[in-house]
Write a protein that binds this ligand. Structure first.
Ligand code: FE2
Length: 411
């Protein structure tokens, strides 16, 4: 099949893409169709590699208001509300919600998802179900599972064993939550355990790190030091790191050297952290977004995630990556022309690096023909006009398509 006239990642020149046996066979200008070949002419629309959701909690999605709403809008009340909702958790309940939300994501061009799954549950209910679902939907969406100890590794009964069991059962990534551990000592030790288990089972690492407006929350320096010393480097990700917003600049300069040495990845979740952060401030109220602009300028890999889709932490969300980019650019003071044009990378190539997808990700000859086409000429246009994903292709086959609504102004 031949796809014609696509702007690939904002290219000025339009390209044609031939897909053969589910792979990008040929990419170039002016490729003529072969006799009988099916042709789809996109007339200059934007093609991107599929969106990558690098941080979401599928197990908590679509539970906002159950059994009660988070009235304070804080992270910690969110954890309390989730604790109540978790009492009624069943595998059927998880299956129904996750099936729904991954289709919402697919409709919006997402084909790769890193989900954190709460493993502070003696029955590991959500984990069991999502491990099964991961295999069932593999042809349509790649799900990477983080064993996420929501209440801590050392501050929750049997936390260490639950983490190890989750990794043995097939979770892809080891998690930790140092800022939620009871003490500073537990915080450091929990990270040591996380690294030890990740190395034992050859897993990636993604830590919920310093998601708090406490400038004394310094789990990140330990994560970065271990990433560097163990050589795990880009296999390691620090999510949120919102305390970095509050760090003093003298400390930040020292820390940045280590962050660069560590080669680790960062995930910011702009919408939810703008919502949850600054809640103990009067005025001025902090933004609680990690230093996206500075990390990016220093060459660190940063991606954006949604974290939540309509759950106790964020009562909004539809699974699309656009809101994360939009909020991230505004809150991060990143609305320069080039910053806007390149911002798709936060939810495509940068996010793919975080997930360690390697060279198999991206629109290039030889790769699986996974790509999306947006109803826009470039990403500036797409972001500004909230363009729909016209089609999401997986190995050359359409897995989701949208016909944009038509509006007529009557004057
Ligand atoms: Fe999270």
């Amino acid at each position: 099949m031949l796809f014609r006239n696509l702007s690939i990642e904002n290219s000025k020149e339009l390209y044609d893409i031939r897909v053969t046996d589910g792979r990008f066979d040929k990419i170039g200008s002016g490729i003529e169709p072969m006799p009988g070949e099916e042709v789809k002419d996109y007339g200059g629309k934007l093609a991107l590699p599929p969106f990558v959701e690098s941080h979401v909690h599928l197990d908590t999605c679509l539970t906002a208001g159950q059994p009660r709403w988070n009235m304070s809008g804080t992270l910690f009340e969110g954890i309390e509300r989730w604790e109540e909702r978790k009492e009624t958790l069943t595998r059927e309940d998880v299956r129904e919600r996750v099936n729904k939300v991954i289709r919402m994501q697919a409709a919006n061009g997402v084909q790769y998802v890193r989900t954190h799954v709460d493993i502070n549950d003696p029955d590991l209910t959500a984990l069991q179900e999502i491990l099964e679902l991961r295999e069932e939907v593999r042809d349509f969406i790649d799900i990477q599972i983080v064993a996420f100890p929501q209440y801590g590794i050392l501050s929750y009964p049997d936390g260490r064993n639950l983490l190890e069991k989750a990794l043995q059962m097939g979770a892809d990534v080891a998690g930790a939550i140092p800022h939620f551990e009871f003490t500073r000592e537990y915080s450091v030790e929990s990270l040591n355990i996380c690294f030890e288990l990740a190395q034992k089972y050859n897993k990636l690492i993604d830590v919920h790190c310093d998601e708090i407006d406490d400038e004394a929350s310094r789990g990140l320096e330990t994560v970065a030091a271990r990433a560097y010393e163990t050589g795990m480097k880009d296999m390691v990700t620090a999510s949120h790191t919102t305390a970095m917003h509050s760090y003093n600049n003298a400390y930040m300069i020292r820390l940045m050297r280590l962050l660069k040495l560590s080669e680790m990845n960062f995930v910011a979740n702009p919408c939810v952290n703008m919502h949850l952060g600054g809640r103990v401030d009067t005025y001025p109220k902090r933004r609680s977004l990690t230093r996206v602009k500075e990390l990016t300028a220093e060459g660190c890999n940063v991606s954006f995630g949604n974290d939540d889709v309509f759950d106790p932490w964020n009562p909004m969300g539809n699974g699309a990556m656009r809101d994360a980019v939009f909020m991230g650019l505004y809150a991060g003071h990143m609305l320069g022309y080039e910053e806007i044009m390149n911002s798709y990378k936060f939810v495509t190539t940068n996010a793919a690096r975080t997930l360690h997808l390697g060279d198999a990700y991206g629109i290039r000859e030889g790769n699986d023909a996974n790509f999306i086409v947006m109803d826009a000429s470039d990403y500036y246009d797409a972001l500004n006009n909230d363009a729909k994903v016209l089609a999401s292709y997986r190995k050359g086959a359409v897995i989701a398509e949208t016909v944009p609504a038509k509006t007529e102004v009557k004057f």
